[in-house]
Design a protein around this ligand. Structure first.
Ligand code: ATP
Ligand code: MG
Ligand code: MG
Ligand code: MG
Length: 561
């Protein structure tokens, strides 16, 4: 590819609204352009990276025998009414009406669509285990789209769905997918930790997230040193989550009535000791959202209330806001007494907005297998939200470290929620009808690209991981009016193009401009053809090298291959 013909509108400065480094890089490098909030055009450079990531996914799905297909973006509301998610999914869903007044939506995820296909086309246990996937644009009306491709309103997702006749089959499918995901991230050069996660509006237990540690990450994960334990510090839960699966939810949560205006009453209602109320909730009602964090161990020693405007703001639940609401100098963080807790529960804002949902159980289920005070401390746990750093005190056997991180993938064992509600049955060996057992698997493909950039920034650009780099080799010719340089550059272009994606900078630009652009392209190998071209000598630089190295053409051959 000749750079003179390529479309790569680079900028010296990123726009001021770009905060995340990956966002800045992609704008400055001419990878993407915003069309409207959270909606991007993928320019040639960005699209090449996206296509490469998709190719990796396709190969890895082939390897585990999962075929690719494609579903429509435009979906009938009826499908979602059937599953019960049309209302529950909330304001993130893009809804529209056609000319006949029929309600439709733009798919934010596709459990329903796949379940219906299975309900109609899969009849027997003999057809399972089966899994399918698509790589498709998804639509979510995120309250605060931001950080470029990290949180878009239109984004590309790999979403896969598995169908099994038995739990064992599901377990095997889940492991296959998990391993495939690990390979995908490895090949894409994104370092990830599989972590214990909350299953959100998807419902279902057994959910694992793939978290890519990065400064800009909106999540915080807790991990021990050996990596044998990792969990998402997901504090905010949508009330919808609990409605999603009434049966499972019942074990953990109950919906309190407005009569439960004190912790004591609430605890009584929940039939648990008040000391065991350990939960953080995001309330959503009438388009307003209020964050209420309730936690306790030995006693109710901490209550936080934030009038947080939206889910994404939870992470920014800013101390000043909390101070205002709580009237406490420490803002929302830190111990407060039981009186205060009562006040919160009785708070009109909360009461009027919604019923109170509180998780209560024998364990602190924010972290499976990790206990407050043993493995981490309340204050550290709480402070991390705003501080995004820090380390809990050393504890006996499971010291946890916290790091901000990006959720790049999420896999769930869904069970039979969708298949039961949507009537996807199969006949087992004895001719008995049973609901198909499902799993659901997703990677934010475009988000993963941002994560890759976040993890591979260089001083002036990016060092793309080999397999997703837009170009593998970037030939930069210093002076376009020197015939010996043109001759050598064209020779190299021809030679390497058989095997590699080559970008050849044949523009009549100053060296400084060319190098600055090359830093933004971030090809794994840059070959500069300059003064010594007549002697068959070039300069070679990887993005992470401090300096370029002179090489003869023969040496270059060895270096490249
Ligand atoms: P988040 O917690 O970041 O909002 P999610 O849990 O809502 O993500 P899932 O429903 O699990 O997302 O979707 C599967 C994957 O799709 C996520 O793991 C993430 O990588 C990606 N994803 C979700 N929302 C977005 C978005 N708005 N922009 C880009 N990628 C996204
Ligand atoms: Mg989300
Ligand atoms: Mg999530
Ligand atoms: Mg998720």
């Amino acid at each position: 590819m000749r750079q003179s013909k390529f479309f790569m509108p680079t900028l010296k400065e990123a726009p001021s609204d770009a905060v995340a480094e990956s966002h800045k890089l992609m704008i400055r490098g001419g990878y993407i352009r915003q069309v409207t909030a959270g909606v991007y055009a993928y320019l040639p450079l960005g699209y090449r990276v996206l296509r490469k990531a998709e190719a990796i996914i396709e190969q890895e799905m082939d390897r585990i025998n999962v075929p690719e297909m494609i579903m429509p973006h435009l979906l009938p509301a009826t499908l979602w009414q059937e599953s019960g998610r049309y209302k529950k999914y909330g304001p993130e869903m893009f809804k529209l009406k056609d000319r006949h007044g029929r309600e439709s939506l733009l798919g934010p995820t596709h459990e329903e669509t796949f379940t219906e296909i299975i309900a109609k086309n899969l009849k027997s246990y003999k057809q399972m285990p089966l899994a399918l996937y698509q790589i498709q644009t998804k639509f979510r009306d995120e309250n605060r789209p931001r950080f470029g491709l990290l949180r878009g309103r239109e984004f590309v997702m790999l979403d896969g769905y598995s169908f099994a006749a038995t739990r064992d089959q599901l377990d095997e499918q889940f492991d296959d997918q998990k391993n495939a995901y690990k390979r995908i991230f490895k090949r894409a050069g994104v370092s990830v930790h599989p972590v214990i996660a909350d299953s959100g509006t998807m419902g279902g237990k057994n959910s694992t997230e793939f978290q890519a540690p990065a400064a800009v990450g909106e999540d915080t994960i807790a991990m021990n040193e050996t990596g044998t334990y990792a969990a998402n510090l997901e504090m905010a839960k949508s009330i919808d989550t609990f409605k999603q699966e009434p049966e499972e939810a019942k074990e953990l949560t109950k919906v309190a009535t407005p009569d439960c205006d004190t912790i004591e009453k609430l605890a009584k209602f929940l039939n648990v000791p008040a000391t065991r109320i350990v939960k953080s909730i995001l309330y959503i009602a009438d388009g307003k959202k209020v964050l209420v964090l309730i936690r306790g161990d030995k006693q109710i020693n901490e209550v936080k209330l934030g009038h947080v405007l939206d889910a994404d703001d939870v992470h920014e639940a800013n101390t000043a806001d909390l101070k205002k609401i709580t009237g406490s100098e420490k803002g929302g963080v830190g111990p407060v007494n039981a009186d205060w807790a009562d006040k919160i529960i009785a708070d009109e804002t909360v009461k009027n907005l919604y019923n109170v949902v509180v998780g209560a159980g024998e364990t602190d289920y924010q972290f499976e297998n990790a206990n407050l005070d043993r493995d981490f401390k309340v204050d550290e746990f709480a402070d991390l939200r705003t501080a995004n750093e820090g380390e809990p005190d050393p504890v006996d056997h499971l010291p946890l470290k916290f790091t901000t991180s990006i959720e790049v993938g999420h896999i769930f064992k869904l069970g039979t929620y969708y298949t039961k509600t949507m009537g996807a049955d199969f006949l087992d060996q004895n001719g008995k009808a049973k609901p198909v057992i499902m799993g659901s698997y997703g990677i934010g493909v475009t988000r993963m690209l941002s994560a890759a950039v976040e993890q591979h920034l260089t001083e002036h650009g990016v060092a793309w991981p080999k397999e997703i780099a837009p170009f593998s080799i970037h030939i930069v010719q210093m002076k376009m009016n020197k015939d010996d340089q043109t001759e050598l550059a064209e020779k190299l272009e021809k030679k390497f193009s058989d095997k590699y994606d080559v970008l050849y900078d044949d523009r009549k630009e100053r060296a400084g401009v060319k190098f600055a652009d090359a830093d933004l392209v971030g090809a794994p190998i840059r070959i500069t053809v300059g003064k010594k071209a007549a002697d068959g000598i070039v300069e070679v630089k990887r993005p992470t090298d401090e300096k370029a190295t002179e090489m003869s053409i023969d040496e270059l051959d060895k270096f490249v291959n």
